[in-house]
Design a protein around this ligand. Sequence first.
Ligand SMILES: [Zn+2]
Length: 138
Amino acid sequence: MAWAHFDSQCGYCGERLERSSRKGHLDHLIPSSQGGTNHISNRMPSCPACNGDEKKDLPWEPFLQSKCATDEILKERRTRIRSWQSKFSSVSIQLPPDVHVQLEAAISLAVAAYDNAAMEVTALKRKMKQDKMQPPSA
Ligand SMILES: [Zn+2]
C-alpha cells in the first residue's frame, strides 16, 4: 500500500525504487527515538541514501526540504506524505457522534450479557456443589 501511494519512489528525493530488490526501505517518518511508531502510517518508502546515511534522527520535514530543489517539488512531496499519514489517523478516532453512541450502547449490552452469563454459571456451580454434598437419601 505504501509503495502504491508513493508510486515506488523515495518519498524524500524521488528516486525510483525496486520493491523486490533490497534498495527500498520503509523509513520511519518520525524516528523511533522520538516516539515514532512502527505503524504503516509512520513508514514511507525511501532509498538507502536517504534512509540510512542522511536522514538519521532528523524530523522528516526539514530533511525533505533539504532534498527538494524547488518549492513546487517540496510542496508536492510534503502533500503526499501528509495525505499518507492522514489516511490512517482518522479511521478509529473520528467516529460520527451517533455511531459512537450506538457503539457505546452495544458495548454495555455485551458487558451486561457477559455479567449475567457469569452469574448464571456461578449459580449453577454452587447448585452442583450443594447437590454433591447432599447425596440422595436411600
Ligand atoms: Zn532518497
